[in-house]
Design a protein around this ligand. Structure first.
Ligand SMILES: *Cc1c(COP(=O)(O)O)cnc(C)c1O
Length: 604
């Protein structure tokens, strides 16, 4: 209020003080109050994400520093599309990107030429689109440069080689091209720029680009079967088509490395280019972590064979787990140090996967998930910011003789690089402040992440005891070792062999764990969620093993449309699931509740 008033104190208030006595003013105020009361009343039916009794989807309580910074910034209404509309918060967004880059192990010192760059998005979905767009730009730009035939640059030998460079080589070409322009004289520079611009995929579109280069085909996106559906949406949006999304088989809900190598071998043989391989860090359904290290190794191997592609990590859910592996100075903690704090985490393969993040090309991280911040903040981060010159709507190298040397100045025109236009500066302030109060290392933010892993380990042990206590009534199985803080539980009433019956049983159980707007909220003891185990994702051996321990007949899978097994899914992100202060374990309470619900159901 004072800030507004002090802008030009000589400006009189536009609404006179006497206006408050006018009937239409009073009628307006009455209507506003009535509607706000109604909204407030209606919101009481919201899902109680804040409560440790909520272990359903990927939401929990909000971090106070982030929420307060968000609310504080809202009335100033900054628009982070550019510094003209957000002189303060655009910088905060770029700095939040650097905070996340540090967590991932990317270079995050803006004075380094190869510094990372990250920006916020409305969510993980948009961040994944941005990853696809950048990867395609990096893949196709060397072809444009090659086609222009410009003399004194280290160009690839043909279109195929240009289209299949190691992503780092592509970035070096962008660099070389910019240096070349800085040195060329005005007329020549203009002519060549036009020529290169006209050969770019962003100018031509997919159809004309591939028509001009008959040795090339639209590239594939390789992603695990459990990948989020945003990858399917993204392939459609980019015009590649859903057919270019090839889903990789898995083993224990993680990418099967041998199958990945086979797929890449086939692509190489068939001269089928690959745009990117997506590794998931914390799958949406099971929380499993793909072998990121093996995917990075595959990129190195196949790039050397002439089949280059980007590695993108979809860490929308699991990204913040990396805080557990970071020291305050940004260095990587040895596995033994991390493991000393936990019972099982991190499994050696989980540690190796997270440690390899630093070698990936880009990543998606959702501050509105494990970052405990309000919705409207996902993030895209790429390891080497020089590639973003290719995204720029008014390419830097067209409008500046030299690429902007000042990192912060370059990204103050954020709107030129991102998919969105107008966007919330308040959300950016929230992310930045939260991550300043709790820096993204194991001694600060990581203490919060550690609570979630402790909760998951405790949940796992309690589930084992539950399975033992209940074995005369129900078979309960954790289908695979949880990698992090999401734990699933499969159930089958003892004596039943039919998948359809097991699914009906789980569906009835879930009726009690789901949100129901027609019943008072307080009637609910706990909130959970469900997902399915699908033989196509699980593979035959694993499917057989899990059905066996549950006492289910494999032959009944697929009967009456029951081609998958319903299971309970628990997202353990509330830091107070084990409430030391009051000596309450909500995990114990949950299993007590689950046990009594099941007993009651079976008694019926
Ligand atoms: C949540 C999630 C997404 C999508 O993110 P939104 O923020 O919902 O758009 C993508 N990938 C994974 C792995 C996710 O968990």
């Amino acid at each position: 209020m004072y800030w507004r008033r002090n802008f030009h104190p000589e400006d009189p208030p536009a609404i006179s003080t006497a206006a408050a006595q006018r009937p239409d003013y009073q009628a307006f105020e009455a209507r506003m109050r009535r509607e706000l009361h109604q909204l407030s009343a209606a919101l009481k039916k919201s899902v109680p994400f804040h409560s440790p009794r909520y272990i359903g989807h990927m939401a929990s309580d909000l971090l106070l520093p982030g929420l307060a910074a968000h609310i504080l910034t809202l009335p100033y209404n900054p628009n982070n599309v550019s510094e003209d509309a957000a002189p303060v918060t655009v910088d905060l967004e770029v700095k939040a990107g650097l905070q996340l880059a540090g967590m991932l192990g990317y270079p995050n010192d803006p004075s380094r030429p190869d510094c990372a760059f990250g920006h916020l998005t409305s969510g993980g979905t948009l961040a994944n689109y941005q990853a696809l767009r950048l990867a395609l730009a990096m893949k196709a730009f060397p072809v444009a440069l090659w086609a222009s035939g410009i003399g004194d640059l280290p160009l690839p030998e043909d279109a195929w080689h240009a289209f299949n460079l190691h992503p780092q080589r592509a970035i070096e070409l962008v660099e070389a091209w910019q240096r070349w322009q800085a040195e060329a004289d005005g007329g020549m520079r203009r002519r060549w720029r036009e020529k290169v611009e006209r050969s770019r995929i962003e100018h031509l579109g997919l159809a004309a680009f591939f028509a001009q280069h008959p040795s090339l085909r639209p590239p594939k996106v390789l992603a695990p079967i459990t990948a989020h559906y945003s990858w399917s949406k993204g392939c459609k949006l980019l015009g590649l088509g859903r057919a270019q999304l090839e889903l990789l088989p898995q083993r224990g809900m993680r990418i099967d490395v041998a199958a990945l190598q086979e797929t890449l071998d086939r692509c190489l043989r068939e001269k089928q280019p690959v745009l990117m391989t997506v590794a998931v860090m914390g799958t949406t359904e099971y929380g499993t972590i793909d072998p990121i290290d093996a995917v990075v190794a595959a990129r190195e191997h196949f790039a050397a064979e002439g089949l280059g592609f980007c590695v993108h990590v979809d860490a929308a859910w699991g990204g913040y787990l990396a805080t557990l592996l970071r020291n305050a100075d940004g260095s990587l903690r040895p596995r033994e140090d991390v493991a000393a704090e936990f019972k099982r985490f991190p499994a050696p393969e989980v540690y190796a996967a997270i440690a390899a993040l630093s070698q990936t090309d880009s990543a998606t991280v959702d501050p509105h998930k494990l970052g405990y911040l309000p919705y409207g903040s996902g993030a895209f981060v790429c390891r080497d910011h020089r590639a973003t010159a290719l995204l720029s709507e008014e390419a830097d190298y067209v409008f500046h003789d030299k690429p902007s040397q000042d990192y912060m100045a370059r990204y103050r025109g954020l709107g030129r690089f991102i998919l969105e236009g107008s966007k919330s500066g308040a959300a950016a302030a929230g992310v930045y402040v939260a991550q300043r109060v709790l820096p993204l290392d194991h001694t600060h933010f990581g203490r919060l992440t550690a609570q979630t892993v402790h909760a998951a380990e405790s949940f796992y042990d309690r589930a084992m005891r539950f399975a033992e206590d209940m074995q005369s009534r129900v078979h309960a199985v954790i289908p695979f070792q949880p990698d992090s803080n999401l734990v699933c539980l499969a159930l089958n009433p003892a004596g039943n062999r039919d998948v359809a019956h097991a699914n009906a049983f789980l569906r009835r159980l879930y009726e009690q764990l789901r949100c129901d707007v027609n019943r008072p909220l307080q009637d609910k003891q706990f909130f959970g969620s469900i997902t399915t185990l699908r033989p196509d994702a699980l593979g035959e051996t694993e499917t057989r093993r899990i059905l066996d321990v549950l006492g289910l007949d494999l032959a009944s899978l697929g009967r009456d449309g029951n081609d998958r097994l319903l299971i309970l899914r628990h997202t353990l992100m509330n830091p107070y699931l084990i409430d030391h202060e009051n000596g309450i374990s909500y995990i114990d309470l949950y299993f007590d509740y689950l046990g009594s619900s099941i007993r009651a159901m079976l008694a019926q």
